[in-house]
Design a protein around this ligand. Structure first.
Ligand code: ADE
Length: 246
């Protein structure tokens, strides 16, 4: 049975993460042992009486900064010898499907959720952690980002989705956006599903879907076309779409 990396999430809010991890896709994968996700409470590694995990920024400024001692202790406690430590931060390398595939091959991922104004820079230096961002916007903490990383990585493990071929069909897997999907009824409030999908002609259906993927990518994310794997027929379709637009 294929297994993905073991995932350890270090957070100040374990109770926020647990229901999501136990739910739906991840929950089933956890139960059948394909995925292991552990949540570690950073506060458990605080060393003082008040369980302090953060402090005001040296030099002044708003918010609170995660302290070195508890954060490094938590990372060192959960990290295995070949573990890859990732701190969720808008400063980090941007997550995309290629990076997700790379992370899915690791033995262990330690995802550290920052809070408030960030974390002491020496935590990164001391642990060799990399920073990882899920997009060019700012969240209040890394928890939602850690869940995104967990889901993106675990759904690539064969068998997690039930159908082993479906991750490959998703938007971005081949560098294109996914074609539109339809289900029953055939007509909804006068809107007909495309007739080709009911034709039973699989070659025609594949051609239609590829064309729609190309069309959506051309209209919404032309930047993706530069790196997509395109065949001769794809290039012909794109020429047609350009002519239609001009
Ligand atoms: N923490 C705050 N904003 C973030 C982002 N965009 N990605 C990852 N972690 C974050």
């Amino acid at each position: 049975m294929a297994r993905g990396p073991e995932i350890d999430i270090v957070t100040l809010f374990p109770e926020l993460l647990e229901p999501f991890i136990k739910g739906a896709v991840l929950g089933a994968a956890l139960r059948d042992g394909r995925v292991q996700v552990r949540v570690t409470d950073l506060r458990a590694y605080a060393t003082d009486r008040h369980r302090t995990v953060d402090d005001t920024p040296l030099g002044g400024g708003d918010g609170m900064v995660l302290k070195c001692e508890p954060t490094v202790a938590a990372i060192e406690a959960v990290r295995q010898p070949q573990g890859r430590v990732l701190v969720l931060s808008p400063r980090g390398r941007l997550l995309d499907q290629d990076l997700a595939r790379e992370l899915a091959l690791e033995r262990q991922l330690v995802l550290v959720c920052g809070r408030y104004a960030g974390l002491d820079e020496r935590i990164l230096e001391e642990t060799g952690a990399e920073e990882l961002s899920i997009g060019d916007y700012v969240l209040s903490g890394g928890e939602a980002a850690a869940l995104v990383v967990t889901e993106v990585v675990t759904r690539l493990i064969p068998g997690v989705l039930g159908n082993p071929s479906s991750p490959e069909r998703d938007s971005f897997s081949e560098g294109l956006l996914e074609h539109p999907q339809y289900t029953r009824p055939r007509v909804f409030r006068g809107r007909r599903a495309p007739a080709v999908l009911l034709s039973g002609n699989h070659a025609e259906i594949e051609r239609y879907r590829r064309r729609e993927s190309l069309r959506l990518t051309f209209e919404r994310r032309p930047d993706l076309l530069e790196c997509a794997e395109l065949g001769e027929e794809d290039r012909r379709v794109l020429q047609e779409l350009k002519h239609e637009r001009d």
